[in-house]
Design a protein around this ligand. Sequence first.
Ligand SMILES: [Mg+2]
Length: 292
Amino acid sequence: MDERSALRRLAAALPAAGDDAAVVDGLVVTTDMLHEATDFPAGTTRYTAGWRSVGASLSDVAAMGADATAAVAAYAAPSLVEEELDAFVEGAVDVCDAVGAEYVGGDLDTGTEFTVASTALGETDAPVRRSGAEPGNVVCVTGTVGRTAAALRAFEADDVDRGNDLFRFPPRVAAGQALAPHATAMMDSSDGLARSLHQLAEASEVGFDVSWDRIPVHDAVEEYATDAADRKRMATGVGEDFELVCALPRASLGDARAASPVPLSAIGTVTEASEGVRMDGEPLADEGYTHE
Ligand SMILES: [Mg+2]
């Protein structure tokens, strides 16, 4: 069973699960597990690992349109090295500070592989779920996509400073809250833009038609992409960018843009489910990040 099949199985058994985060009486809760082999390329500092793992959970809180309040993390590594732990906690504290949340502790263990399990909490009276997008809505994305794809190329090229910089993404908590009153559906692009569109389509029972030339691509993609096809794949099919992807009524686009603290790009329209997910009229493959 791959990660997506396993998550589907759990969602079937747990009705509150299946969105970016669960919401219980206005309290938002989400948890993620990251580990060295698949999530932290060689060269990733413990500071970046702290930022990124806790940031991934904060991003899921953002995806519900909620205020992020607190986070914890459990840290396991083959040995507990003082400087590494300090750097990890510093990264976790800094990413929480960046979104006005508090890093309030965690747990430690030794284990064969460096692994982090993070949990973030948030609050909202009106969560925005993945279901709710309607044909005729516009589909938007915050910031730029392709940041993580570029980071992975930087690590591969031994440009570790660049890789670490790109890996420390800003969780879109303020944007999520600003978009919440307008959005009919929202999620974060933790599995990449293409896969996010497929997941939103499935949850909302709609289709999407997006335009490649409206997709905001991170500058670093240009530096590392080998050709036009590679650029497209880096931008839409790699994942873990942690931007917000949302649908909203066309009439709300101006207000949503004015409210959002980060650029909001309208990349296409919501269509009928029978149309599927398309880019420039052609089917867009459900490609992205999946743990095997
Ligand atoms: Mg998510």
